[in-house]
Ligand binder design. Structure first.
Ligand code: NOJ
Length: 549
């Protein structure tokens, strides 16, 4: 039965163990700390936890440089602690997914060490080598301004190796069958330990041939093989793809239901920020419509912020500039020439706009993904390097070190200055305040769970003849939802001529009010400045595929 697809209506919460909760007081978060915060996550209402990489690593890229795929970094605990955590999490009904980072390894991984030291070793071809200096070594860098090249000379190997990301992250050669076998072993191992799926890191690069001669061809069949394998081992496990690609290319990643189950909607994400910055909904509508068609078993993952920069590379230069001007005007707030290294709450600046953004993200077709700390409106620390400003420790209370740790020196400092300091923004205070963001988001999560139409239904954007008010309508099993967001600083009255005999009353899902259509079938709805209205209504399927009212 297709409704078994749990990920269609999941609420995903992403965190890095390092900065979540330190139990043993060494200044670094750990599995025991997270296990003790499961009650908090349960009360918040999330049901899926996405963990950043936690395997042994030199940690030069936030753990995305792995040197042993089958272990747990000692600073997070032991394999035993991992299993204990999984047991508790699963008992409480959580699904746990984590990053599958196999586009590259750390340069300290024994495979790479073997590969560079012995050209006759089986591992030699597990990486991508060139005896001659490739002509294009400065092309295709992912972190411009920080990363210099995509090929680096290795003295030991007397050859250049390819690295899509930093020089300490040599790319694996996916064209080598033994590498693909090893990837299956990694997946099999963690699936056996109860993992419910993987966020596939750097997916477009992972499936790519990596030499100029190969013309960087993408092998979607590698992804499909991985999917087949995973599904044999665990029928309900999922892939969540990290692929910031154009709408026209997404189809291949979903592969008619044989590729990823979920994929981050980077395209809509960037246009959401454009709309939040300008109150112009037109480009967002285009982005939504361009990413509309999906195989029935597939799903978008919608998100606002994550642990990286807010990447605006898919906007036009003019659009990006408008978002920069509004949300990241200082050079120090920008990164890699395309993004903003800030948190959502500080970018949007006030609670009403923050709620507008979250309500919007939760109302879009797909499964919402929350970035830890957003639920209390944490800010960033711009004195930290590159993407670190948005990775500071979770602010649990106004105790020493925000209640995150008892250690003097932390893996990253807690935010203690200004309006976003832990003295003002923390979980404990917000739990007790009925008007806090935390309580508001908890209610939003509950509401989203009560609206399965969003995960399952068909949808249409309804034209309400107002360039600042987005109206989306869902249809599923004879029920409809009508959701409006006003991005303007002005209030509007929206008139919707939607009603027919079966549609009946509009029931406001936030407030205890209902409204009826007038004798001409017109609903009149007030949407205040930066506000949102969610309504359940009877059957509106007559609007389907019509678009306009
Ligand atoms: C994408 C991850 O989100 C990012 O944090 C990381 O630096 C790169 N992949 C490389 O693994």
């Amino acid at each position: 039965m297709i409704e078994d697809l749990w990920y269609k209506n999941a609420i995903i919460y992403s965190l890095n163990l390092e900065t979540y909760m330190d139990f043993n007081g060494d200044g670094v978060g750990d599995f025991e700390g997270l296990a003790r915060r499961l009650d908090y996550l349960h009360a918040l209402g999330v049901d899926t936890i996405w963990l950043a990489p936690f395997q042994p690593t030199p940690n030069r890229d936030n753990g995305y440089d792995i040197k042993d795929y089958f272990g747990v970094a000692p600073r997070y605990g032991s394999s035993g602690d991992f299993v204990e955590f999984m047991h508790r999490a699963n008992k409480m009904g959580f699904k746990v997914i984590f990053d599958l980072v196999v586009n590259h390894t750390s340069d300290e991984h024994p495979w790479f060490q073997q590969s560079r030291s012995d050209k006759h070793s089986p591992q030699r071809d597990w990486y991508v080598w060139s005896k001659e200096k490739p002509a294009n070594i400065h092309d295709g860098v992912v972190f411009p301004g920080v990363q210099k090249s995509t090929w680096t000379y290795d003295k030991k190997a007397k050859a250049y190796y390819f690295h899509r990301f930093y020089h300490f992250q040599p790319d694996l050669n996916m064209d080598n069958e033994d590498v693909r076998t090893e990837v299956r072993r990694i997946m099999g191992y963690w699936l056996q330990l109860g993992i419910a799926g993987f966020r596939i890191d750097a997916l477009p690069f992972m499936i790519e041939s990596k030499t100029p001669e190969s013309k960087y061809e993408k092998h979607f069949e590698y992804l499909q093989d991985m999917r087949r394998f995973m599904q044999w081992r665990r029928g309900d496990a999922v892939f969540l793809g990290e692929a910031n690609v154009l709408p026209k290319d997404t189809e291949k990643y979903f592969a008619d239901g044989d590729g990823v189950h979920l994929m981050f909607n980077f395209y809509v994400n960037q246009h959401m920020f454009y709309t939040l910055a300008t109150a112009d909904i037109a480009p967002l509508i285009t982005a939504l419509n361009q990413t509309k068609s999906l195989p029935p078993t597939a799903q978008w993952a919608q998100f606002l912020r994550n642990h990286d920069e807010l990447d605006l590379g898919r906007l036009t230069d003019e659009q990006r500039q408008k978002v920069f001007d509004k949300f990241g005007p200082d050079k120090n707030m920008q990164l890699y020439g395309r993004g903003i290294r800030r948190r959502l709450a500080s970018m949007l600046g006030n609670h009403q706009q923050f709620k507008l953004a979250y309500s919007l993200m939760f109302s879009l077709p797909g499964t919402p993904v929350i970035y830890y700390g957003d639920e209390i409106g944490m800010g960033e620390d711009l004195s930290l390097e590159e993407r670190a400003p948005v990775r500071t420790p979770m602010q649990w209370s106004d105790d020493y070190q925000a209640g995150f740790s008892t250690a003097k020196k932390l893996v990253l400092p807690v935010i203690e200055d200004g309006a976003y300091g832990y003295q003002h923004v923390n979980v404990e205070a917000q739990r007790r305040d009925p008007d806090s963001l935390l309580n508001w988001i908890t209610a939003l999560i509950r509401l989203r769970k009560e609206c399965p139409e969003i995960g399952w239904g068909e949808w249409e954007i309804i034209d309400v003849h107002n360039n600042a008010v987005l109206c989306i309508c869902y249809f599923w099993k004879g029920n409809s939802l009508l959701i409006l967001h006003n991005f303007d600083e002005k209030q509007y009255e929206i008139q919707l001529k939607l009603a027919n005999k079966k549609s009946g009353q509009l029931i406001d899902l936030h407030k205890n009010v209902t409204s009826n259509a007038d004798e001409n079938g017109v609903y009149k709805i007030i949407v205040e400045a930066y506000y949102y209205r969610w309504f359940r209504v009877g059957d509106l399927t007559h609007l389907l595929h019509r678009g306009k009212q």
